[in-house]
Design a protein around this ligand. Structure first.
Ligand code: PHE
Length: 387
């Protein structure tokens, strides 16, 4: 090779390496900031996925209308992660490896967010779950905090304490607990309720496990009826609550049924769950202007199947809050670099719809819980409990 040819050749090699480093999509120098949304749009709890996605998209739309973040428009990449570990892991690998996102909002369900968090932490991708309340989402098995993982919601030990305190304050002295033994969220919340209820002076008179595939709960419910427990604690998602609450009525169960945020769905069977209570992250009846503005904007954008404005549930609200937290942290970091953004998030204070958020050392926000009651075909605000 002549000297001149060698120079030209070297130049071409370096130029192609530079091009490859910039990447075809999304890496440094891309035109947009990509944000992945991992949400259960199909599977057992589709209302969770739709609400979460819609809340996130509203926030992104508002930021884009104001000029985006770091001078770039925000591009949402939506993946259906089904509230289940394997599809969620596949979705996470796809958005990280193929789409080259630096940021993930999701999953909704703890059993899906926990395995995703291990991948995001290892690959240095910032993950913020809007709604996953199990402590392990942000913690390593040794109890240390995962550096890249955050959430926009409170955690289950608090939620369990809130419901136990509320039950005791209502004069309830005995409780029967039913739980899905394969669901991290259900297991953790059942455990938290049990601890707080007994340490507050209550008695657990029965505990029965089932699986997420079960549809007939009659043998357990016969035991619940015989126990005459004041409370049936059922910390599962709405699809299971609908089945159990319906069958409980048929079996003559008189216990007040109580649960957690997993009840929050437009598909909760209000007739079956009548008289029940659950803890939640927010109430659309909250009169703070930030809440009412959000309710107004969300209802203007999204309609139900009959064309009526949708009222945002807690999932929509936390999706909206999680997106705002992430984008505010990117802006504060001043650079599209997850290592800098995770530090900005950890130090952020942000006025969100679900409350003013700062993160504790375990990347959990400290926030109040709302207690909701199902009464006369409606879900109404019953109480608010501060940490
Ligand atoms: N907290 C639930 C979980 O961790 C998810 C959830 C949040 C569902 C809010 C409904 C409403 O799995």
């Amino acid at each position: 090779m002549t000297k001149r040819l060698f120079v030209v050749f070297s130049f071409l090699v370096i130029a192609s390496m530079l091009l490859a480093a910039c990447g075809p999509s999304g890496a440094a120098g891309g035109d947009t900031i990509k944000v992945a949304i991992l949400a259960p749009l199909s599977g057992p709890v589709p209302t969770f996925g739709v609400s979460t996605r819609d809340g996130i998209l509203l926030a992104i739309e508002e930021w884009n209308a104001k000029g985006g973040v770091l001078g770039k428009q925000i591009e949402a990449i939506v993946a259906d992660s089904q509230c289940t570990a394997d599809p969620a892991v596949n979705a996470a690998n796809k958005v990280i490896d193929q789409d080259q996102v630096h940021y993930i909002i999701g999953e909704v369900c703890s059993s899906a967010s926990i395995p995703v968090s291990e991948i995001a932490e290892q690959k240095g991708v910032v993950q913020i779950s809007p709604t996953s309340t199990n402590p392990s989402v942000t913690l390593n098995p040794d109890g240390s905090t995962k550096q890249y993982i955050f959430r926009a919601c409170f955690i289950d030990p608090f939620q369990g304490l809130v419901m136990a305190k509320f039950a005791l304050s209502q004069g309830k002295k005995t409780a029967f607990i039913m739980y899905d033994k394969g669901n991290d969220y259900v297991l953790g919340l059942a455990e938290a309720f049990k601890e707080s209820f007994t340490s507050g002076g209550g008695t657990i008179v029965g505990e029965e496990a089932y699986t997420g595939q079960d549809t007939d709960f009659s043998s357990i419910l016969t035991k619940v009826a015989e126990s005459k427990a004041d409370v049936l604690f059922l910390p599962d998602y709405y699809n299971i609550v609908n089945l159990v609450a319906t069958q409980a009525k048929e079996r003559g169960v008189t216990s007040t049924i109580m649960g957690g945020d997993g009840w929050d769905s437009s598909d909760l069977d209000l007739a079956a769950a009548d008289g029940g209570f659950f803890s939640n992250h927010y109430s659309a009846e909250d009169t703070r202007p930030i809440v009412q503005d959000f309710v107004k904007n969300y209802s203007a954008k999204y309609k139900d199947e009959n064309g009526n404005p949708k009222i945002p549930d807690a999932l929509a609200t936390l999706g909206y809050d999680a997106a705002n937290l992430l984008l505010a942290a990117i802006e504060k970091a001043g650079v599209d670099d997850p290592a800098a953004v995770k530090d900005a998030l950890a130090a952020l204070q942000y006025d969100a719809v679900s409350g003013t958020i700062t993160f504790d050392a375990q990347h959990n926000p400290i926030k109040s819980a709302a207690i909701m009651q199902i009464k006369d075909g409606k879900v109404v605000f019953a109480d608010s409990i501060a940490p």
